[in-house]
Write a protein that binds this ligand. Structure first.
Ligand code: F0G
Length: 440
């Protein structure tokens, strides 16, 4: 089995060396993906091996990505250094109040916010940074709505590489910007939106030889596919009816689809789940394309308070639509109010997430109401980022100050504003009795 880079376009399928620094196919410009021709694994013994590795103290076994390294044959960890912060290992959390809100009997969150830098990007970055190091590329770059940059900064710095980050000025949360600064990245805030900066950085990468670690990088996708492998391992290989995920640049859904496709081909599972991708209504080119088909129409001025998914021209849409079609999946969009309320409900479960992640629950509520997802369905929703990524949004929601990008007020339906009280035990006791009676 010689790992290679393959063109993702079914009409082209050109192949290249795994050591070529390529993101798109030089022949047809489609995105590339890592492939492993002839890979065969025994499902029973491999699943047992993966389970046994959870007992090991070796770094690559403790990583919830590299534990599944039989599916990551693009590097040989015995020859190449692996850059790991022990990513993955994220929990499956049942959330009964969220299930009720979403119109389901039960709902489980796969919470990627438990990662080292607080988002699913770490699953991909461990692979992207490892490949960068193996190729000897010491300078790495990305454009980001915040999470990719936080993750890249951490992984690059931990490996002694130099991270260079390009951000849309004024449109990322402080939590994420703070991480980039703290992890030591050269941080450039550009007066442009994500899509415009991605075009700029792709050209710069070509010109300067800086290694690009956006999700156009096929090795990022390799890491992110293991989110689904770990999820299945945690469920003793029972495939859910639905996997629900927010969609921005559409790298994650492409990775999830690839992971499932490979597991099916290898005989580890016998069916696919249906995928639901949820977009924010103001940044929903993929939802539009899914309904209309024809030409893909980017949104030139995408808007949403869920800044992580404020993307109008997602690069991975051709891969993503394949995943949706192959799985009989669906794409839905939700409003700012729906995202904000769903997010507060995830919080009330004691779980919490960042705004983009809450699009999943808002989408589930819409899809059960429409009869697309059955009340009794077995549903896993992926929470992509940690609650602390965007505290400003949380404070504004709970205090009734959150406004949509066009200036409309968002109602604090589940608002929980802090109370200012005098330093007076009598008064405080009275307030407590009023708010939470001892007899209740
Ligand atoms: N959720 C969160 C929290 C994200 O940060 C992102 C993407 C997505 C969902 C969408 O994932 O792009 O794979 O469809 N954030 C990127 C970034 C774009 O730069 O951090 P996708």
């Amino acid at each position: 089995m010689t790992p290679q880079l393959s063109c993702s376009n079914a009409q082209c399928r050109a192949t290249f060396s795994i050591e070529d620094v390529l993101y798109t196919c030089p022949k047809c410009s489609a995105l590339l993906e890592a492939s492993y021709p002839g890979l065969a694994l025994d499902p029973v013994s491999t699943k047992r091996l993966w389970r046994e590795r959870r007992m090991s103290n070796a770094a690559i076994d403790q990583s919830g990505v590299w534990r599944y390294r039989e599916l990551l044959g693009f590097v040989d960890p015995s020859k190449h250094a692996v850059v790991t912060l022990r990513e993955g290992n994220t929990p499956l959390l049942p959330a009964p109040p969220a299930a009720r809100y979403g119109g389901l009997d039960a709902l489980v969150f796969k919470h990627q916010g438990f990662n080292p830098t607080g988002s699913f990007k770490d699953n991909g970055m461990t692979c992207g940074a490892t490949q960068g190091l193996r190729l000897g590329l010491r300078r790495v770059a990305c454009v980001s709505t915040g999470n990719t940059s936080a993750s890249m900064a951490a992984y690059a710095s931990s490996a002694g590489m130099t991270p260079v980050i390009f951000l849309p000025h004024g449109n990322i949360s402080y939590g994420k910007l703070a991480q980039a600064l703290e992890y030591g990245a050269l941080t450039l805030q550009v007066e442009a939106n994500f899509d415009q900066i991605l075009a700029l950085v792709r050209a710069l990468a070509e010109k300067t030889g800086i290694y690009l670690l956006n999700s156009v990088n096929p090795f990022r996708i390799e890491g992110q596919k293991t989110i689904m492998v770990e999820m299945l391992d945690q469920r003793d290989w029972h495939v859910p009816d639905w996997v629900v995920v927010p969609g921005g640049n559409l790298g994650n859904i492409s990775a999830f689809g690839k992971g499932f496709r490979e597991l099916l081909q290898l005989g580890f599972i016998d069916k696919l789940p249906r995928f639901a991708v949820i977009q924010a209504a103001g940044s929903a080119p993929f939802e539009d394309y899914y309904r209309r088909r024809g030409e893909f129409q980017p949104v030139s001025e995408p808007e949403t308070l869920a800044t992580a998914i404020r993307i109008g021209d997602p690069v991975s849409w051709p891969k993503a639509i394949q995943v949706i079609d192959d799985s009989n999946g669906i794409v839905e969009k939700v409003t700012e109010q729906e995202i904000a309320d769903a997010k507060a409900v995830v919080g009330q479960c004691g779980i919490g997430c960042e705004p983009a992640s809450a699009a999943t629950l808002a989408g589930i509520r819409k899809l059960t109401a429409a009869g697309v997802i059955d009340r009794g369905a077995d549903v896993v929703a992926v929470l992509t980022g940690n609650v602390l990524k965007d505290p400003d949004y949380i404070f504004k929601y709970h205090t009734g100050q959150l406004k949509t990008p066009s200036g409309a007020s968002i109602a604090p339906t589940y608002g929980n504003a802090p109370l200012v009280v005098p330093n007076d035990p009598e008064r405080i006791a009275a307030i407590l009795e009023e708010r939470i009676p001892a007899s209740s």
